[in-house]
Design a protein around this ligand. Structure first.
Ligand SMILES: Nc1nc2c(c(=O)[nH]1)N[C@H]1C(S)=C(S)[C@@H](COP(=O)(O)O)O[C@H]1N2
Ligand SMILES: [Mo]
Length: 524
């Protein structure tokens, strides 16, 4: 009797056991796929080099002894890398299958295997050149997702064992559905990650190979003293690393010069499409121009000065033949930001350019690679479109650009402004002579005068550094005989049109902040 029952159970269990073993192994493989898929997707957003799979592969290549490399090249030739990836994949599939089989609700050995594999990925990723702690993120998130998948799938795969009916099909179907869903999700994440990652890598290579156009129309030399060089002060030219960045892009566009083209249409005599080759066949100019963001608060640092190389916008507009009644150039970036620039400002002879280089380097991706606009005298939101790909000639009474739709002024001339850079706010100050220094700007009008006053006293004229051009900011200094006590310094600028910086404090919206920059110091 007992024997009979036992035999019967054995007979029924063997094929089902095998089936469950297979299901569990499959669960492990899908879980590992989830780790890699999620890892790939996040890596594409952070840096393709942070992908766990590729980081482990690259580290293996970098760390393998010479004989192993020689053997690989000898055996697989130029297929040595695919061979490595195939080898890694086989190993991962085997370990993942084992992980699935040994995963138990109370003793999650499988999860532990995934965690250890993850650790290998984290170590490899964070050892990559230029890695930051962020490089661990794709693997960490991937492993968390993978373990979740492993636990859910192995729990579902186990279900029929506990059910009474021997051919219970419902849990099996649940397992298959979940497994298929997880596998599809992992594959989709991986494919999206590979696609985005390759795009990034392609753009990085493209930018690296970029040759800065040679210019004969060079920027004027910077006269000695233009940069006063006060310690802690603002440098006259802002480095690319320190240049402020403002845009709506969640993911910085990664265009290549091959992807890039500029379509010019709307109220023009001739529609044009400029390719990269068309653009660089033109004659470039080099200029220093100070950019400013309309969102800059009084005393704020959303302004920067760079040496740009680019192609005059006016000439391109003339080639397209702008209709006399078109008063707006509506420019659009590859990520659909728009700016509406007064056509008049682009054609009045100022150095409005389609810039391709910034301080002797190709534009950084964050600053618009491969092509952006730079227009002296106008805030960035109406003029400085990065990753620009489309120009429509239109009218201010017909079209509205991105920020204008959100309550900002349609036209954005830069307001006359000045700020105190040194000493820093509330810096400990000793009585006696104190050198006060700062920056003033009124792009395309130029700075005529900067004045400083202490505790609402009489305005005193600051010493101006040489003016580089009316399109750049200008430095100033003022010698303060500081007496003990709490003192408030104020600064105001006057532009070459005679406009005095507006006293009334108003917020940046809609057309730029006004007010005099004020700083307090305790002199003791
Ligand atoms: N494509 C795109 N271009 C853009 C923006 C944007 O959001 N998207 N912001 C503009 C604004 S508001 C400013 S102030 C400048 C800033 O340029 P920067 O980031 O190179 O300093 O870019 C302008 N160009
Ligand atoms: Mo801005």
């Amino acid at each position: 009797m007992t024997t009979t029952i036992g035999d019967r159970h054995e007979a029924a269990r063997t094929p089902r056991r095998r089936r469950h073993l297979f299901s569990r192994a499959l669960a492990g493989v899908i879980a590992a796929g989830m780790v890699l898929g999620v890892g790939e997707l996040l890596a594409a957003l952070i840096d393709p080099n942070s992908s766990p799979f590729y980081a482990v592969g690259s580290t293996t290549v970098d760390r393998s002894p010479a004989w192993a490399r020689e053997f690989a090249i000898h055996t697989f030739g130029t297929n040595d890398k695919p061979a490595l990836f195939v080898g890694m994949t086989i190993l991962i599939v085997l370990l993942a299958a084992i992980a699935g089989i040994v995963e138990r609700p109370r003793a999650p050995f499988g999860s532990a295997i995934l965690a250890v594999l993850g650790l290998v990925g984290i170590v490899a990723a964070t050892q990559r050149p230029a890695a930051t702690w962020m490089y661990a993120l794709p693997t960490v998130v991937g492993v968390v997702a993978g373990i979740a998948v492993l636990r859910v799938l192995t729990a579902t795969a186990r279900a029929p064992e506990n059910s009474d009916s021997e051919d219970s099909w419902l849990p099996r179907r649940t397992f298959l559905l979940l497994a298929a869903g997880a596998a599809a999700t992992a594959a989709a994440a991986g494919a999206a990650g590979r696609y985005l990652g390759q795009q990034v890598a392609g753009a990085v290579d493209n930018r690296r190979a970029f040759a800065i156009p040679g210019v004969t129309d060079r920027a004027a030399a910077i006269a000695p003293g233009t940069d006063i060089g006060v310690p802690g002060g603002t440098p006259f030219v802002t480095s690319n690393e320190d240049f402020y960045r403002i845009d709506t892009a969640l993911r910085v566009p990664r265009l290549t010069t091959d992807d890039w083209q500029l379509r010019i249409h709307g109220m023009v005599d001739r529609e044009l499409t400029l390719s990269w080759d068309d653009l660089i066949a033109r004659t470039p100019v080099e200029r220093l121009i100070t950019l400013t963001c309309v969102s800059n608060e009084v005393g704020g640092n959303l302004a920067g000065n760079a040496t740009w190389i680019g192609y005059p916008i006016k000439d391109i507009l003339d080639e397209a033949g702008v209709h006399p009644d078109a008063d707006m150039l509506l420019s659009t970036s590859s990520d659909h930001f728009t700016a509406g620039t007064p056509v008049a400002a682009l054609r009045d002879g100022r150095d409005a350019i389609l810039a391709v280089a910034m301080n002797g380097q190709p534009l950084p991706f964050e600053h618009g690679y491969p092509v952006r606009q730079v227009v002296p005298g106008l805030y960035g939101y109406v003029s400085a479109t990065k990753w620009v790909v489309d120009w429509e000639l239109t009218r201010f009474d017909k079209a509205e650009a991105y920020w204008t739709k959100r309550g900002w002024s349609a036209e954005g001339p830069i307001k006359t402004a000045s700020r105190i850079d040194v000493p820093a706010a509330f810096a400990p100050t000793a009585p006696g002579p104190v050198l006060v220094a700062g920056t003033a700007w009124a792009q395309h009008r130029g700075i005529e005068k900067v004045e400083v006053r202490v505790d609402n006293g009489a305005w005193q004229t600051a010493t101006l550094a040489p003016q580089y051009s009316i399109d750049t900011w200008r430095q100033w200094t003022w010698e303060w005989e500081a007496a003990a006590g709490l003192h408030t310094l104020q600064v105001r600028a006057t532009d070459l049109d005679g406009n005095v910086q507006v006293e009334e404090r108003t917020p940046p919206i809609p057309g730029g902040a006004t007010g005099w920059h004020t700083r307090s110091f305790t002199v003791a």
